[in-house]
Design a protein around this ligand. Structure first.
Ligand code: NAD
Length: 274
C-alpha cells in the first residue's frame, strides 16, 4: 500500500518549541508541515513559518484560524498555553486528527477536558516528550518502589531558563508522579511544593519539589533519594530542544493508526506497563 507523509499543523508556531518543531518536521521522514498557527494578534501572522524557524521560505504562512488549519490535516502538535491547548483539544477531536500536547502548567480541570476530548480524538500528552526523561521516570518508579517503607526521602530538583512561566516544571511533576506510583501513594496528597521560613522538620513520606530559574537552561532534573548516610541521585540534562520536538513528531506518527484515547509518551515508547 502506498504511504503518504502525515500532514501536521504546528500551533504556537513562533514559540521556542514551535520553531524547533518546524525544523524537526522538515528533517524527519514521514511528516510534512501542513499549516502553522499563532495566537490572534501575534506579529508573526502572515509570515512564512520556515523563515521564522530559520529554514528559509517553505510557502506555509502562519495564520490564526486553527479550525481551518485542522480541516485537511492528519495531526496537530501543540506546545502553547493551557487555555489554548484545551481549545485545540476540542477542535482536533472534532476534526478527528491526532493531537500531541506538550504544554505544561495545566490544571486538574484542564486535564479532565483533555481526557473528555480523548473519548473521540486521539490525544498524546506528556510533560516531557524526550526518550531520556521517560526512561528516567521508569527508573524513578523502580527506585521508589524498592526503597518504599525504608525511611528514604524523595526530593525533585529542577532548573529551567528564565522565561518559563509554570513551576514546578511538567517534567518535575511527571517524575514526582512516577515516584508516587512506585510508593503506591497519590502525589496530590503527599507533595510539598514550597518551603519558606520555620517549616518544622520534614514530614516522612512526602515528595518535595525545588525550583530554580535562570539564564537559558533548557531543562535539568534530578530526583534525589536520601537515606541515613547516603543519597542516590537519578538525573537528566536536556541540552537541545530538538529532543522534545523529535519525541512529539514520533508521537504524532505513532498516533496515526490508533483508536481514540488519551495516551502518554510511555505508550509511544513502549515503556508503559499496562
Ligand atoms: P513560548 O512562549 O516560546 O511559545 C508558546 C507559543 O504559543 C507562543 O509563540 C505563543 O504566542 C503561542 N500561543 C499561545 N496561545 C496561542 C493560541 N491560542 N493559538 C496559537 N498560538 C498560541 O514557550 P515554549 O518554551 O515554546 O513552551 C511552550 C509550552 O511547552 C510550555 O508550556 C512549556 O513548558 C512546554 N514544553 C514542554 C516540553 C515537553 O516535552 N512536554 C518541552 C518544552 C516545553
Amino acid at each position: 500500500m502506498e504511504t503518504r507523509d502525515m500532514k501536521l499543523v504546528v500551533v504556537g508556531a513562533a514559540g521556542r518549541m514551535g520553531q524547533t518543531l518546524i525544523r524537526i518536521i522538515h528533517a524527519m521522514p514521514g511528516a510534512v508541515l501542513h499549516a502553522a498557527v499563532e495566537r490572534e494578534g501575534s506579529p508573526f501572522i502572515g509570515k512564512d513559518a520556515g523563515e521564522i524557524a530559520g529554514l528559509g521560505k517553505t510557502g506555509v504562512i502562519i495564520g490564526d484560524q486553527p479550525l481551518e488549519a485542522f480541516l485537511h490535516a492528519d495531526g496537530v502538535v501543540d506546545f502553547t498555553s493551557p487555555a489554548a491547548s484545551v481549545t485545540f483539544a476540542g477542535l482536533a477531536a472534532q476534526a478527528r486528527i491526532v493531537h500531541v500536547i506538550g504544554t505544561t502548567g495545566c490544571s486538574v480541570e484542564d486535564e479532565e477536558k483533555f481526557k473528555a476530548a480523548g473519548r473521540h480524538g486521539r490525544i498524546i500528552k506528556s510533560g516531557n516528550m524526550s526518550l531520556g526523561v521517560n526512561l528516567l521516570s521508569v527508573l524513578v518508579e523502580q527506585a521508589a518502589a524498592a526503597l518504599s517503607g525504608r525511611d528514604w526521602d524523595i526530593e525533585v530538583l529542577e532548573m529551567h531558563h528564565k522565561h518559563k512561566v509554570d513551576a514546578p516544571s511538567g517534567t518535575a511533576l511527571l517524575l514526582g508522579e512516577a515516584a508516587a506510583r512506585g510508593r503506591r501513594i497519590g502525589l496530590a496528597d503527599h507533595s510539598v511544593r514550597v518551603r519558606d521560613g520555620h517549616t518544622g522538620a520534614r514530614e516522612a513520606g512526602t515528595i518535595g519539589f525545588a525550583t530554580l530559574r535562570g539564564g537559558s537552561v533548557i531543562g535539568e532534573h534530578s530526583v534525589l533519594f536520601a537515606g541515613e548516610g547516603e543519597t542516590v541521585t537519578l538525573s537528566h540534562s536536556a541540552t537541545d530542544r530538538s529532543i522534545f520536538a523529535r519525541g512529539a513528531i514520533t508521537a504524532a506518527l505513532w498516533g496515526m493508526d490508533k483508536k481514540p484515547g488519551y495516551y502518554s509518551m510511555l505508550d509511544v515508547l513502549g515503556l508503559s506497563k499496562s
